[in-house]
Design a protein around this ligand. Structure first.
Ligand SMILES: Nc1ncnc2c1ncn2[C@@H]1O[C@H](COP(=O)(O)OP(=O)(O)OP(=O)(O)O)[C@@H](O)[C@H]1O
Ligand SMILES: [Mg+2]
Length: 350
């Protein structure tokens, strides 16, 4: 039996079993015949070549779809995302990670605002046996069955706090987070989730999703680029250029740093306003944890705008992985340490 944490974000799909982790852009596309492939020139990491067949249909996923698919699918619509995207993205993440037929117990997150409406649907889509084939860069086909024995759906931002609270075997290592009232702001590509865990208990009143994330800032940047270059740059293709501070369109370099800084400042202000309003009565929060890939980007501008003691947790490596590590540890806490203990009441039942 294997416990896996899975976070199918609008920007990136992430999964870990505690030993290995994977992360790729949440984009997929029609598989194409590739007439020339020479991986010796640029050896591909596993995420660079995700060619999967899910229930008989072939897809390119993540960077391979971005590079090679003529028709690509990327959405910022939650309903469409759960019904049309979640299975393909989940299987592309899980199939290379789990042993054939080994039953998997999965902890998966949903944004706060969609938690109740999509929880059962998502658990239904992911549960059960899935026939998957992985096709390597040389065309070699490897068939497998991903067997998902149990699914626990949790509100997404809880992952970041569970990651701080629990150790790798699911044991409580940081009592502070189990005994205090803590707010979490998880800034993702499309959504920003706010939640309060009061001695690990989820607070409905203190939880909310804002339909704004890094992509909101990207929309401003994309609009400006459209004006200047005439090209409509898809939002998910702005991730690396925004980080670098420039983009090249048809050979011409456009500086993005100024517009990026303005757009980030505006987004940070909107997030701070929401948090200060939502948690106006929760002046007894011991800490506010700013998490998510977007949290890492916005923290320098957001921190001074928040009312409270702000923490930006260090995640070794990648800030986007904090939720999924928390989910995996929580799964271990629930399922591999004997019967759930009182502390394990953190998540509402899925
Ligand atoms: N090393 C990195 N590589 C790429 N993007 C990064 C990196 N570090 C931070 N980011 C930012 O992280 C953001 C995505 O964060 P995250 O993975 O938490 O979002 P998500 O979970 O996919 O979205 P949502 O929560 O809205 O569904 C991107 O918009 C990007 O700007
Ligand atoms: Mg997210």
């Amino acid at each position: 039996m294997e416990v896996v944490g899975l976070d199918i974000g609008f920007g990136f799909t992430k999964a870990t079993n505690g030993k290995n982790s994977t992360i790729f852009k949440s984009v997929y596309g029609e598989a194409q015949e590739i007439s020339f492939s020479d991986t010796s020139l640029n050896p591909a990491s596993r995420e660079e070549h995700l060619h999967v067949e899910v229930e008989g249909k072939p897809w390119f996923v993540g960077p391979l779809a971005e590079r090679q698919s003529a028709k690509r699918f990327f959405t910022l619509d939650q309903k469409e995302f759960v019904s049309g995207y979640s299975k393909i993205l989940a299987m592309a993440a899980l199939a290379p990670m789990v042993e054939q037929q080994d039953p998997v117990k999965l902890v998966v997150g949903l944004p706060i605002v969609h938690y109740k409406s999509h929880m059962k649907e998502l658990a239904g889509i992911l549960s059960g046996q899935h026939r998957v084939a992985l096709i390597g860069p040389n065309g070699k086909r490897e068939e497998t069955v991903v067997r998902i024995a149990q699914v626990k759906v949790v509100p997404q931002p809880m992952g970041a706090l569970l990651n701080l609270m629990l150790g790798n075997a699911g044991e409580i290592v940081n009592k502070r987070f189990a005994t205090e009232k803590v707010g979490i702001i998880d800034i993702g590509f499309k959504t920003t989730d706010f939640t309060i865990l009061d001695r690990t208990r989820y607070s409905e009143r203190g939880s909310h999703s804002l339909e704004s994330g890094i992509s909101t800032a990207f929309s401003i940047i994309a609009e400006k680029l459209k004006e200047e270059s005439g090209i409509n740059v898809e939002l998910y293709r702005l991730i690396d250029p925004v980080e670098q501070g420039f983009i090249k369109i048809r050979g011409k370099k456009f500086d993005l740093s100024k517009i990026r800084d303005g757009a980030f400042a505006k987004l940070a202000q909107a997030i701070a306003n929401e948090s200060n309003k939502l948690w106006a009565d929760d002046w007894d929060l011991e800490a506010i944890v700013v998490a998510g890939g977007g949290g890492a980007l916005l923290a320098p501008v957001l921190k001074p705008l928040l009312q409270g003691s702000v923490m930006t947790p260090e995640t070794d490596g990648d800030p986007r992985l904090a939720n999924v590590y928390g989910f995996c540890k929580y799964g271990k806490h629930l399922w591999t340490r004997g019967p759930a203990k009182a502390e394990a009441q953190a998540a509402p039942a899925a």
